[in-house]
Design a protein around this ligand. Sequence first.
Ligand code: ATP
Length: 511
Amino acid sequence: MNTEEQFKNIISHCKEYGFIFPSSEIYEGLAAVYDYGQNGVELKNNLRTYWWKSMVQMHQNIVGIDASIFMQPKVWKASGHVDGFNDPMIDNKDSKKRYRADVLIEEYIEKINSKISKEVLKASERFGEKFNHNTFLSTNERVLNYKNEIDRIEVILKQSLESGELANLKKLIEELGIVCPLSGTKNWTDVRQYNLMYSTQMTATDGESELYLRPETAQGIFVNFLNVQKTGRMKIPFGIAQTGKAFRNEIVARQFIMRMKEFEQMEMQYFVKPGSELKWYNYWKNYRMKWHLSLGTNSVNLKYHDHLKLAHYANAAVDIEYSFPFGFKEVEGIHSRTDYDLSRHQEFSGKKIQYFDNETNSNYTPYVIETSIGLDRLFLLQMCENLKEEKLENGEIRSVLKINPNLAPYKIAILPLVKKDGLTEIAEKIYNDLKFDFACFYEEKDTIGKRYRRQDAIGTPFCVTVDYDSLKDETVTLRNRDTMEQSRIKIDILGKMLSEEINWKNLLSKL
Ligand code: ATP
């Protein structure tokens, strides 16, 4: 399967097995808006739970909040979103399709990177055991030329984005000969900026006023800084975490749930003493990578990507990228945002937003380290990483979602072999005993083989089959999703076995 087929397969799997449906599908859908189905919502909730437990419950000095989606419009003026939350867009005159100019260039760079990977692969096959990866990268002439070309493009891209000289972006696109993937032509318009915020109206007694749907959750944290710090008697360094919906008018909505107009973020702002921010930046950079690895994601599929363009207020920023079927793309950002946000809110609100440091007897505006991850992109990462097609001995292919058991929509499926002779009564009793502690699935229909396949496809780590032996010796067949091994287990120790195999502590203690 090539990567394009792999991605199509993931999208259709998500639909077929109740993970993700296109929004309003019976009305032909709505571009870049999706609904989570019966299994998707469970997996998404579990991802959110793991994030919340690891960020809030595991840290004495981090607390959570749940701020509203609507905020006073002045918030967005202060945050810079009204004036500066723009994407540079370019249209192809022939296909009439609109693209993000910087993304077109980044995709071009990604193509050069894959040429480098091909050279590496060829050479490693040629040289076998003698192959030295680092030496090859630093000496091979073709690779060095590719790397120089990437550096050159990145410098122009960075300068154009930072200076806002959009004409230079267009020049670069033309110079690189980038064509529209649809029309195949280079017939481009000028690059223009588009604001990404959605607005709506709020009716009040004195008329209508414009409101924005929040484009990020972070501002709800900044404007509550004093409330939380004072009522929680928080001492610096401390963090405030939040998960919730955000909305962006993404003009180029593509790649399934990668770029949505309505999506969910999980953010944590860590408030620190000025001067200590880079220490904490590195701490959170490492911690967040560890977090991704703890879920079993292969380290070769994750990488850091330092920001080419630092926002004027940031003094460090990195993305954690995952190797999606369409290339390495951002899943999470870690940013050192100095005192920009709190200072701006102090300026625009006229309220003093400072922290009194008992030790030094002085006031200061804390600096902020932010970790910001998209829950939907994390969901897609989990699907891409863990959905496997395996060939069985009988030649059949099984689709199996080998996600961490804590994330699985159901932890156990309870399957009576037949619907008679008292087997369903035993199965129902097992279900009713376990349902208090575990998400259980119960099913009587179809052959046992078909039922196993369906559970594999939705990632259920264990199936138990109640059969005629269960009537005699109070045991069931326990089947493992990953190994497909089957063993007999006493019904009365099922709960103990599950709680040993599946618990948040197993995951959280890896951090
Ligand atoms: P991109 O460059 O891909 O547009 P961004 O840098 O604008 O992303 P941030 O503003 O840093 O993203 O948002 C933090 C996280 O929110 C991202 O790492 C991503 O996981 C998620 N996110 C941002 N925009 C979207 C979107 N349109 N759909 C889904 N998730 C998103």
